[in-house]
Write a protein that binds this ligand. Structure first.
Ligand SMILES: Cc1ncc(COP(=O)(O)O)c(C=O)c1O
Length: 381
């Protein structure tokens, strides 16, 4: 397993972030998507140096971030991005909302594929559009994009599709052929595709991330990609992300984003993100080792301690999608788990009706914490 010294719980509880301040100290918090690992050393060094310089002003209009993203994409996924096509925004949510504002009008239809990261529907509603659901297909062995459902939704006057690539909360890494098919549908029906690729650096052994904009000319004509180091290197509080295009047609909308968007981005976020993308490969490899171990450990623990619970190991990230329905803990099993086991998880129904009876668990923690969480839940069952 990877070479990371994960702080003990007593240290983690000193953190001031949402994960550690939302619940009382007797609760083991495994919900919000923050990881427990120490910061990557190059990131910590860049931040310490900035603080030592009192360098806490506005983000500068340089190409450092665009070049770091472009170099990372080429090195990691063999994906060529022109740094001139990388636009800085404060976070992925703001990037998606601001792009949507420029491509949809009030009352337009925007498609999502539940179960999916809950804020997707908030973002669509924030711009006055209607959410249209084209749920994932849940096959006997694996989840997939449901191309027929997507075609029906696109054909029914959709303006945009917010794709989660890889897909939170399932940890699904979409297949190239599915992304090619989505791009064809986008061109056929004139639907913009906003591909949220925030989890891409966290793809685990056995799967291969395919950037949406890399799959075809149709994808480039209709697509926007959103890249950030905030999940991979745990930088969510620092506020820096990017919107990437690869064709003049979508780029003209990005060019219309407020010139002020750079100044709304965290300067320390840009500093940390540049360090992560340029110098964070080794740390990330160690994290992926721990996550790879933890996804299997979770499987073993559930089989041994909580038979009746169903879980398929994710292909990416640190989020597990767990089916508690057979245990009879109701539509929202997290209530029972929080009350009786003092373990906090995210309620599955918040990701769409397919999540009723499910919960999302964050295994971006030490194997000891994960073991304790499942042991507590089993003891309370
Ligand atoms: C798919 C997805 N998109 C976006 C975000 C949030 O990103 P940001 O904080 O950059 O808006 C998350 C956070 O967990 C996520 O899982």
């Amino acid at each position: 397993m990877g070479n990371l010294s994960i702080p003990p719980l007593a240290e983690l509880r000193k953190r001031r972030s949402a994960k550690w301040r939302t619940f009382p100290d007797d609760v083991l918090p495994l919900p919000v998507a923050e990881m427990d690992f120490p910061l990557a050393e190059p990131v910590a060094k860049a931040l310490h140096e900035a603080v030592d310089r009192s360098d806490t002003g506005y983000a500068a209009p340089t190409r450092d971030l665009a070049e770091a993203v472009s170099n990372y994409a080429r090195r990691t996924w063999d994906w060529r991005i022109d740094a001139a096509d990388v636009h800085t925004v404060a976070d992925v949510g703001i990037g998606v909302v601001e792009v949507l504002r420029r491509i949809v009008s009030a009352g337009d239809r925007v498609v999502i594929s539940p179960p999916v990261y809950e804020p997707f529907s908030w973002w669509v509603r924030e711009v006055g559009a209607h959410v249209v659901e084209a749920p994932l297909a849940d096959g006997p062995l694996e989840w997939r994009l449901d191309l027929d459902a997507l075609e029906r939704a696109f054909a029914d006057h959709a303006t945009a599709y917010v794709l989660c690539n890889p897909h939170n909360p399932i940890g699904l890494v979409h297949r190239r052929e599915d992304l090619v098919a989505v791009a064809k549908l986008a061109e056929k029906y004139g639907v913009y595709v906003l591909s949220d690729e925030i989890h891409a650096p966290l793809v685990l052994p056995g799967a291969e991330f395919v950037p949406f904009l890399s799959v075809s000319d149709e994808a480039r004509r209709w697509g926007f990609a959103f890249l950030s180091a905030s999940k991979g290197w745990n930088l969510a509080g620092l506020k820096a992300a990017t919107v990437v295009t690869a064709d003049p047609a979508p780029k003209r909308y990005v060019d219309r984003l407020s010139p002020h968007s750079l100044y709304r981005t965290g300067h320390l976020g840009v500093i940390a993100t540049v360090a992560a993308f340029n110098d964070g490969d080794q740390w990330l490899a160690n994290v992926l080792d721990v996550l790879d171990h933890n996804r299997g450990l979770l499987d073993d623990l559930l089989v041994k301690l909580l038979p009746g619970v169903h879980y398929r190991q994710p292909q990416s990230g640190f989020l597990a999608w767990i089916d508690f329905r057979e245990l009879g803990w109701g539509d929202d099993p997290t209530e029972h788990i929080l009350t009786t086991a003092r373990v906090a998880l995210n309620a599955g129904h918040r990701y769409g009706s397919a999540g009723i009876g499910f919960a999302r668990l964050n295994f971006g923690c030490s194997p000891q914490t994960l073991t304790e969480a499942i042991t507590r839940i089993a003891a309370a069952s």
